[in-house]
Design a protein around this ligand. Structure first.
Ligand code: CA
Length: 262
């Protein structure tokens, strides 16, 4: 069963349905989830796209501002940018040109303008593809996957990453975490946190950064991160009061306490 083709944008209605079918396929390379930045001022579309992309295995950053989108595109170095052209502050066209001027990050343009000249203009901006509103979120997920494959960054993951002499294994392709050889069931937030920390073992991540890399700063608070970490530790640490895998760095945030194997 495919998820329902919920049409969003363009005023055609359609409720914010959750993705019905979790994708087994993880879009990753070298075991690190691909990051997609969504720049879209319509909150409903933004959260729907986030839900679908996350379900497809992407790490998602979002913003409703063109200026912030540009900053995030340059600083967070996403693998792809989904960019709405109609933004309230900086025009999407300007954001696209700036991103293109500074690098080769693929851009998927969202536009409410169906006129052909706009489509051509979208590609002249350096966009890799475009979707006209209203669109289905699933269509966007498919386009994102196609662009990343073309860019050679959407290849299946290298398999399992192992840490601490096999104490922790993360299999992004199967969306599976094993601790001391046993599969541990994690919530999406816990999974997101762990994968984010494992992205650069030993590096300290601030709570804000972790929020950005998991559920989005506009919905979560720093205390939410702490409670997810607490739950995560209960599942993966031998002694949650003496955590060795997810370490607290006082006054800063968290880091993965295990070194990568191999
Ligand atoms: Ca818009």
């Amino acid at each position: 069963m495919q998820p329902p083709w919920v049409r969003v944008g363009g005023g055609t209605g359609g409720g914010p349905a959750a993705p019905a079918v979790p994708s087994r396929e993880r879009r990753s390379e070298g075991g690190v989830a691909r990051t997609v930045l969504i720049v879209e001022d319509e909150r409903k579309i933004r959260s729907l796209l986030r839900a679908y992309l996350e379900r497809a295995g992407y790490s998602v950053l979002t913003t409703g501002s063109g200026a912030e989108g540009l900053t995030l595109a340059l600083e967070a170095r996403p693998d792809l940018v989904v960019l709405d052209l109609g933004l309230p502050d900086v025009p999407g066209e300007t954001v696209a040109r700036e991103i293109r001027r500074r690098g080769s990050t693929p851009i998927l343009v969202l536009t409410a303008r169906a006129a052909e000249e706009d489509r051509i203009a979208g590609l002249e901006l350096g966009a890799d593809d475009y979707v006209t509103k209203p669109f289905s979120p699933q269509e966007v997920v498919l386009r994102v996957g196609a662009i990343l494959r073309r860019a050679g960054t959407g290849a299946p993951g290298a398999g399992v990453r192992s840490f601490g002499g096999g104490e922790l294994e993360i299999d992004e392709d199967r969306h599976e975490v094993r601790v001391r050889g046993r599969v541990v069931e994690l919530t999406p937030s816990e999974w997101g946190l762990l994968v984010a920390l494992a992205g650069s073992p030993g590096r300290v991540y601030s709570r804000t950064e972790l929020i950005n890399r998991t559920r989005g700063y506009e919905f979560a608070s720093e205390r939410t991160v702490d409670s997810h970490v607490k739950n995560l530790r209960r599942k993966i640490e031998r002694d949650p009061h003496e955590p060795r895998i997810v370490r607290t760095v006082l006054g800063v945030g968290y880091r993965l306490g295990l070194a990568p194997d191999g």
